[in-house]
Design a protein around this ligand. Structure first.
Ligand SMILES: [Ca+2]
Length: 283
């Protein structure tokens, strides 16, 4: 009785011992993986997650959950690398290109996408000055209604932020005027915006733009609307095909900026404009 009882006790102990040992190995591996993730050692964390998945994932659900974690850790690693590289070399163009691709890849991950967008805006703010972005938070031109300028909120019709400006002519006045926060345009090289035209007009419509320093002193540019779809306009404002000059305007003291449509052609336009900005020349 004693012997049998001792054996039974040993079996129980062994059984009991074997299972928690595997359990603890699994727990240990998970703990290590978590630590790596918390430390932001994403390269090592990905390896640990893959190994954990291979050795310890039993159910399909668990495998799927781990595959999701591996993909996400990959995103963390990529984002950290993009930011690190930018901090090191301050090269705007490659950073913006990479972050754009990243945002597309992780568009359904609110956290990763959100942080990537924050980084993109921080980089952007080093070389961009907003003239008007047509956001709810902004001061809209006082004469927006009369000019037929209304908020466009369809995400597919917005290039930056949450809103764009839909400009449908033929309602009242032919122009709207923006008073930009940035008055000194001298450090900038480009005047840029996005424009969408629903229809390719038979005869092109025109947008006439005027940057005024003093009353009567202004820069002007005429832009034809002879296309369908989106276009990004980039005008090098001191270039050969840049703004024309009337009297003696100064880039260092721009008071206001006016968009007019059609000029004398009288052709109505229906366009969406967004992300009107100045850009510095950057690497
Ligand atoms: Ca916008």
């Amino acid at each position: 009785m004693l012997r049998a009882g001792t054996f039974m006790l040993m079996v129980v102990l062994l059984q009991g011992f074997a299972s928690p040992s595997q359990e603890s190995e699994k727990e240990e591996a998970w703990k290590k993986t978590q630590e790596l993730m918390e430390r932001g050692a994403w390269g090592k964390a990905i390896k640990a997650l893959k190994s954990y998945k291979r050795k310890h994932a039993e159910t399909d659900e668990e495998k799927e959950r781990l595959a999701g974690l591996i993909a996400r850790a990959g995103g963390e690693k990529d984002l950290a690398e993009i930011q690190k590289k930018y901090r090191k070399n301050s090269k705007v163009r490659p950073a913006m290109k990479k972050i754009k691709k990243f945002i597309r890849k992780f568009e359904n991950d609110d956290d990763l996408r959100g942080r990537a967008e924050e980084f993109r805006e921080a980089v952007r703010s080093t070389y961009v000055a907003v003239i008007i972005d047509f956001e709810e938070s902004e001061d809209w031109p006082k004469d927006a209604d009369v000019a037929g300028l209304t908020p466009e909120t369809d995400p597919g019709m917005v290039r930056h932020g949450e809103q764009a400006g839909r400009w449908k002519t033929g309602i009242g006045s032919k122009w709207f005027q923006v008073v930009p926060e940035t008055k000194d345009w001298a450090p900038y090289s480009y005047f840029c915006f996005w424009i969408y035209s629903a229809e390719k007009p038979g005869r092109p419509g025109y947008i006439w733009m005027q940057a005024r320093s003093n009353p009567g002193d202004y820069f002007e540019y005429v832009y034809p609307i002879d296309f369908k779809g989106w276009k990004e306009v980039r005008i090098e404002f001191r270039g050969k095909r840049g703004f024309g000059t009337y009297r003696k305007p100064q880039w260092s003291m721009i008071e206001d900026f006016t968009f007019s449509h059609a000029g004398e052609t009288g052709i109505p336009i229906d366009v969406v404009i967004d992300d009107v900005r100045l850009e510095k020349a950057v690497r």
